[in-house]
Design a protein around this ligand. Structure first.
Ligand code: SAH
Length: 502
């Protein structure tokens, strides 16, 4: 065990964090992190971990390096394990070496977890391999931050210029005109391709390819900003051919997801896979009930039921919470038949060792009822349905019609999410929202409780509205909006596809 871990967080895509880094983030007492590291990683922190931000944002000043060093030493001496998270790789223009030296001087131990550096990953996501046998035999990582006109420089521009090496500049956007000029005057062909990749590997990645002689003007004209990687060399000519990431249909599109946080991750993952910048704006909260006496009583008498029908992932979770609070487990369902209303619910049951006896192919109430009847549910069958307090009654009503004795057992309730609309309003004002998605009528109703309809109307037609199906669309129309997008299939994957096609 080390006192301090110097960890590379990668260039931004959360999938590019290493397994070792994740392992340490999950156990460290203190997380110290920078601006460029993706904030999502903070979710890996164990409960109660202290999180300290030392990076810079916009014009604000960063905590000076010596203060960061002091902080690491001081806190490590308290016996706390520290995860020091840095963008990219900690030893590539990350001042990780200096921090390691300070730790050694203070008699502390450390470990380095290398990260995926932006100079390799950003070009890769822009279709540029930094080496390629037909183009170059070497690659050079260079800081573009050092002023190339200053008297004593660590750079040897003539060597960069005369080599056939791929040159990768970090922190170079401001000095781009000087960099290009130095390379040309040192003898590099003015027609050499140059690429700029901004926010590489993230959903807002942008890139451009030009030539050494034109790149400064072109970047200025397009207002291409930091943080960007600059790549110089003929490998940049592969950009058009190998550009896989920027072809994602929703790249850079801001998509608002209004489902409850507990239910949003599947949808958010599909959207991200298509390149979208997902913004979670949960309108619904999933809450435990104030009292579980009724559930405990039902569980106590569960042997009298023939079937237990779970209608949602949350239903499964809350049901098991109660079981566990009674010091019981999955075995109480031993002799019962179990149904799951969809694949996600079935998976949640499988995690608890239950293979559902019945999962319909399609979740349409009629389908479910038919399937249950085919499996013997009928006159006098006793059915327990653990679910939300308020839900549609189609399933219990239809089962009662065939003579089943159905007992609804509320195990949780849904409510209006209390979080304010400030973050969403800010994104809307900044023009960062392209789509708002609604996956049920209650997401629509709650959305407009949190955000006045006029506040959304201001941003139309830029902001497009997507609904999962006709019931949701109707609710939206009730607020005076016309849905722009509606998939043929009323499912989450179909909704994501419809967005991509739009
Ligand atoms: N240790 C980091 C580099 C830190 S220096 C690493 O290994 O990647 C900061 C510079 O890195 C920025 O000015 C920019 O040039 C580059 N950079 C970091 N993340 C980037 C990203 N996602 N896209 C493009 N450039 C990035």
């Amino acid at each position: 065990m080390a006192d301090v871990y110097l960890i590379g967080a990668g260039p931004g895509d959360p999938g590019l964090l290493t397994l070792r880094a994740k392992e340490i983030l999950e156990t460290a007492d203190i997380l110290v992190y920078d601006y460029l590291a993706n904030d999502e990683f903070l979710n890996y922190a164990k409960p109660g971990a202290e999180i300290i931000y030392v990076g810079k944002k916009g014009g604000d000043h960063t905590l000076p390096q010596d203060k960061i060093n002091d902080l690491l030493v001081e806190r490590a001496r308290e016996g706390k394990t520290i995860a020091r998270l840095k963008g990219g790789d900690p030893y590539v223009f990350g001042r990780g070496g200096e921090e390691a030296e300070e730790l050694i001087a203070a008699g502390l131990t450390f470990e380095v977890v290398p990260g995926v550096t932006a100079g390799v990953a950003a070009p890769a996501y822009a279709g540029i391999p930094v080496t390629h046998r037909e183009h170059t035999t070497s690659v050079c990582f260079i800081t573009g931050h050092e002023d190339p006109t200053k008297e004593r420089t660590g750079h040897n521009w003539d060597v960069y210029a005369k080599s056939e090496s791929t040159l990768v500049f970090y922190m170079g956007v401001k000095n781009l005109p000087m960099i290009a000029e130095r390379l040309i005057s040192g003898g590099r062909d003015p027609k050499t391709p140059v690429a700029l990749v901004r926010w590489g590997t993230r959903c807002n990645q942008e890139s451009m390819v030009s030539t050494l002689e034109n790149v400064a003007d072109e970047a200025a004209r397009r207002n291409f900003q930091a943080p960007s990687i600059i790549v110089v060399g003929s490998v940049c000519s592969l950009h058009d051919k190998l550009n896989w990431f920027e072809k994602r249909p929703l790249l850079g599109k801001g998509v608002v997801v209004t489902r409850a946080r507990e239910q949003a991750s599947g949808f958010a993952d599909i959207l991200r896979e298509q390149g979208a910048c997902v913004m979670q704006f949960p309108t619904i909260s999933i809450n435990a009930l104030p009292d579980y006496a009724e559930v405990r009583e039902a569980i106590g008498g569960i042997d009298s039921y023939d079937w237990v029908v779970f209608t949602s992932v949350n239903g499964v979770r809350h049901f098991w919470n109660v079981l566990e609070s009674m010091n019981l487990d999955t075995r109480v369902l031993g002799g019962r038949k179990v149904a799951a209303i969809g694949p996600a619910t079935a998976e949640e049951l499988a995690l608890r060792g239950i293979r559902a006896d019945f999962v319909p192919d399609k979740y349409v109430a009629e389908h479910v009822v038919e399937g249950l009847i085919a499996r013997g549910v009928g006159q006098g069958t006793k059915v327990l349905v653990p679910r939300a307090r308020v839900a549609r009654e189609v399933l219990p009503d239809e089962l009662r019609k065939v003579g089943a004795e159905v007992r609804i057992l509320p195990v949780y309730e849904t409510g209006l999410n209390e979080s304010g609309p400030e973050a969403l309003v800010k994104r809307l004002e900044a023009g960062e929202v392209d789509f708002v998605t609604f996956t049920s009528s209650s997401t629509v109703e709650n959305f407009f409780r949190l955000l006045p309809p006029d506040e959304l109307r201001k941003h139309q037609p830029r902001v497009k509205l997507a609904c999962i199906g006709p019931v949701t669309a109707k609710t939206l129309e009730g607020f005076g909006f016309t849905p722009d997008i509606q998939p043929e299939d009323y499912t989450i994957p179909a909704l994501a596809r419809a967005l991509a096609e739009a």
